[in-house]
Design a protein. Sequence first.
Length: 328
Amino acid sequence: MLKLEDVAKQAGVSVTTVSRVLNNRGYISQKTRDKVNQVIKELNYQPNEMARALFRKKSNMIGLIIPSVAHPFFSELAYYLEHYAHLSGYKLLVCNSNRDEEKEKQYIEMLKKNQVDAIIMGSTVLNVEHYQNLNFPVISFDRIISNTIPMIAANNKKGGILAANLFIEKQCKHPAYLSRGLDGRHHEAMLANGREEGFIERYKDENIKVINFELNPFSNRLERLAEIEQFINEHPNVDCIFSSSDVIAAEIIQVCARLNIKIGTDIKLIGYDDTNIATLVYPNITTIKQPIEQMSEAAISTIVNKLEGHDVTLNNVFDVELVERETT
């Protein structure tokens, strides 16, 4: 395996000179710089990124901890975060926590050892001090960690109100809210709870009570379908369902198809996120659109500004909109 010394010997310069060329530090004549770069190319030398990071005290890497990249929302989020990180000269390290406290702790330690410049937290089950005592910027995504850590979120409560408004306009008087239960500590910090809050409050204005049903957080897909089927069978009067994600909405469509219940007619349905799945299933899902791309751009911009020593906005809340399709 080639070492820095091999490049230096071939180029006839010191190891320090090669290091300075690689890290663009200190004065090096253009002639020497060209010579070293030519040798690097000839030898196909690959610099040790960790060593360079230690030298520069900057790795140009951002860590992302999310519950699961398999979920369409987090998959799209990771895609856009990587895109805007790349445009800003950074690489993204993605970690799946599954909302497991021990995994989250291990990933934070791993990211520290890999000298990341910042962490985006999309999964928060540890105590606040685990994030406050880090010696690099941390921002949270759709979660409240503390009032000193920048947060990126959509207006979840407005999303719930928009869903209720459409159902009320459609004369739906027996509403239900379906979500997947959250496991672990600090689930109250998840701003997605605002979806339920806005939905219930708007229907309360109409003197109508919402049936609230939480799916088991540990259930697999088949078990969730069975839970949804049991709920629908036990509540035959429900004429509209607001689900906390497009994934759950798609599962509701599957269950209703099996039960010969017409979505859009017998039961109106609204999802949340406006991920790709909303238009990949039939009927296409009416949903509350989160501006995932703009939120991702803002997250990376906030990190870059923090790293450059600029003041940043702590609470970055983005507007949502209703996208009506075939399920209503």
